[in-house]
Ligand binder design. Sequence first.
Ligand code: ZN
Length: 356
Amino acid sequence: MLIDRMPHFILFVFSVLLSVTASAKVAPHNLHASILQYHHVSRHTPAVTSVSPEQFSEHMQYIAEHHTVLPLPELVKRLKKGEVLPENAVAITFDDGFQNILENAHPILTRHGFNYTVFINPALIGKEPQQLTWDEVRQMQREGVWFANHTDDHAHLLDRKGMSEAQWLAALKNALEQAEETLQQQLGYSLKYLAYPYGEYNSAIQALLREMGYIGFAQQSGAAAPYSDFTALPRYPSAGIYANLNTLKVKLSSLAMPVLSEPINPELHYHHRTPRWTTRIDLTDIRPAQLSCYFKGQPLAPEWVTADSFELHITTPLKPGRSRVNCTAPSKRSPGRYYWHSQPFFVATQDGKWLD
Ligand SMILES: [Zn+2]
């Protein structure tokens, strides 16, 4: 269908013309939201995926004072419809279903009255000492917590395991449906949300999710808006080096970059690891000269190839694993708020292994 191939931003403009013309007073920035991603809330777990209970409490206190927390299903529904959101809307998510979410995060979230969502591996629940049990999951469900699919086994989705592309995609579809079926049986609902293990996906997986009616959640940074790609909604990792509240504040109030071009395939072949790509953005609220891009903390100069398109080129081959290029630009209309876009890349090792 033609509509499937239209850039998300154009579709969004159409839907806004149809649905929100009613109010000229609506600030377009009320259509943006940030989704936070946590794993462990503990002092005794791997630093890179953990925040301490004190840090987490500090994040939540800041959110209580400056933001409005929406349940993820409500946020997604409203984003998809292009509905106006509360000012500074945010959703809170956890991946992996660890016990310490219930022990350390749940009391803090409950105290603030914050709804949240946990992406779990249904086949691992109650099977490993660090994992929540189904009884605990149901107890949390009764207290308003949402649960969604993070695959049964947390394997790398891009690992073909020797299968053909068609076999691999068919196996993926089966595995997803099986995990979702367990969620349905245990919880009585199925959101059809998938958080990609390790944040890894490619264009074929995105097409599969679209066909299956799933929403995909990624791990690259950026805000979400009605024109976002709903097969790879960005989330801000908020643990480890990203737990710093001062940088998190900027992310919490960020805006989704209005990208007009089609997304590129984030999976790169080992022998093609120096990507060069072009991104077209709507410049209504952005000054091209203020667009900054970064790779591994270093500036990566955007080269403007047309009035609204810029090219980026990584000249040193990407290391196997996960990489991200972030681009930000201040909003002309809202001082202090930044448009944010992150392009992830995923590369297997030369012998086809995917790194944890
Ligand atoms: Zn995970």
